[in-house]
Design a protein around this ligand. Structure first.
Ligand code: V47
Ligand code: SF4
Length: 388
């Protein structure tokens, strides 16, 4: 939709002067401030934020919508921490009820993809007291020796913080050690909500906001890229979301190392926060739209379909989102255990491409760093079916 059409709808007579000012700034490519972000959450109709977010998304990426071919390795669900929203972890004392993979078992998982056109392995799990930095450096070296071109995106800042402290390494030393062993980039997990007053209620014992940001800035200083997440739709208020996004936005001004922002919808099945209702689809779409408008220096906004469900993820493509993650291949349990409708998350390339095309968008396979691997709009449906 072109700018005149967006303006005609947005500046119609019912729009308040505050919202008009926000729209003018956004359409002129100016950054909105925290108070304006809050007004969008509190006062703007969904159609208003949606249209502005879509305008930005199309200015940045046109119709291009990214996905990748990836799988996850979850080394363990044993965890020294006890986040109240987590449906996945087992304390060390109950480790018999969980799983612990050896590095050879994880290498076997990598070998299962030999000959398949996968570009990324995403490694993330619980914080196991016996799996230390040297265990993981050995794993990284083994994976790289077997398949040097496979991009390894691994370990949340929570896992890294624990590993570095246990090894008595500074964050800079620890990051260098893992990067040298083969770690290419960091996923965005563990950020939850930065505000201390919420963090202490939902995940009191793990790394705080400053530590999370510091670990990502160490990665960026080495030339590595990373993602950022925000767990929303639980006990936080809108101003906590704005504070979280503001902290990420100002770090991005300094380092420019973040690839994508991923709002993660809180799922309430089988955890200590099951009494907290989940957000509505309207709230989810608003979250993505405000994020696209507010996070002006983040190139990409991702809806992670295994958590949101594939149909809702499809809908977000009209509300600012330009990436829906990857094929996954049924290799993650974090969301199925928290109650996602995606109980065995796996999509073939054909299914992902169809999902994107049904939303009127152009499906582009990317690698982790958003280099284009293939444009699927120039591939016939017969060849597409052959790709899987
Ligand atoms: O940090 C845990 C979240 C995250 C629940 O960087 C929950 O590309 C909702 O960060 N409801 C880990 N969320 C996963 C993650 C991620 C996933 C996909 C892609 C990328 C990326 C990163 O999962 C945790 C936490 O915020 N989480 N439990 C729950 N009940
Ligand atoms: Fe452990 Fe991560 Fe679950 Fe928290 S969210 S308990 S750090 S596995």
């Amino acid at each position: 939709m072109n700018r005149q059409a967006v303006e005609a709808i947005i500046f119609e007579s019912g729009t308040s002067s505050e919202l008009k000012r926000i729209a003018e700034k956004t359409l002129a490519g100016e950054r909105i401030n925290s108070s304006e972000g809050l007004i969008l959450f509190e006062e703007a109709p969904l159609a208003f934020t949606g249209m502005l977010a879509n305008y930005i998304r199309e200015s940045k990426h046109g119709n291009r919508t990214y996905f990748n071919r990836n799988f996850h390795i979850e080394p363990t669900n044993v965890c020294v921490f006890s986040c109240k929203f987590c449906s996945y972890s087992k304390l060390y004392a109950q480790k018999e009820e969980g799983w612990e993979l050896s590095s050879d078992q994880m290498l076997e998982k990598v070998k299962e993809y030999d000959g398949k056109p996968i570009t990324e392995v995403h490694i993330v799990g619980g914080v196991h007291p016996k799996m230390d930095i040297h265990f993981f450096a050995d794993l990284l070296r083994k994976i790289k020796a077997h398949r040097p071109t496979l991009h390894i995106k691994g370990f949340t800042a929570v896992e890294l913080d624990y590993m570095f402290r246990k090894a008595k390494l500074s964050r800079s030393e620890g990051m260098k050690l893992l990067h040298t062993a083969g770690l290419d980039s960091l996923p965005g997990g563990g950020a939850e909500i930065f505000a201390a007053e919420i963090r202490e209620k939902i995940c009191a014992d793990k790394v705080d906001a400053t530590g999370w940001l510091d670990i990502h800035s160490e990665a960026h200083a080495l030339g590595m890229h990373s993602n950022a997440t925000m767990l929303y739709g639980h006990i936080e208020k809108y101003h906590h979301r704005i504070d979280h996004m503001e902290q990420l936005r100002s770090m991005q001004d300094r380092t420019n190392g973040f690839n994508t922002f991923i709002p993660l919808k809180f799922r309430n099945f089988d955890n200590e926060m099951s009494h907290v209702p989940e957000s509505s689809i309207i709230e989810d779409l608003k979250m993505y739209a405000v994020a696209r408008i507010f996070m002006d220096n983040f190139p990409h906004l991702k809806a992670y379909w295994p958590m949101l469900g594939r149909q809702k993820a499809q809908l977000t493509l009209a509300f600012g989102v330009n990436d829906i993650d990857g094929t996954i291949d049924d290799s993650t349990k974090i969301y199925s255990m928290a109650g996602s409708e995606e109980q065995n998350p796996s999509m073939s390339t054909e299914q992902l491409v169809t999902l994107i095309q049904q939303a009127g968008r152009q499906a582009i396979e990317r690698d982790t760093l958003y280099n284009e691997v293939r444009d699927y709009s120039v591939i016939s449906s017969e060849s597409l079916a052959d790709l899987n």
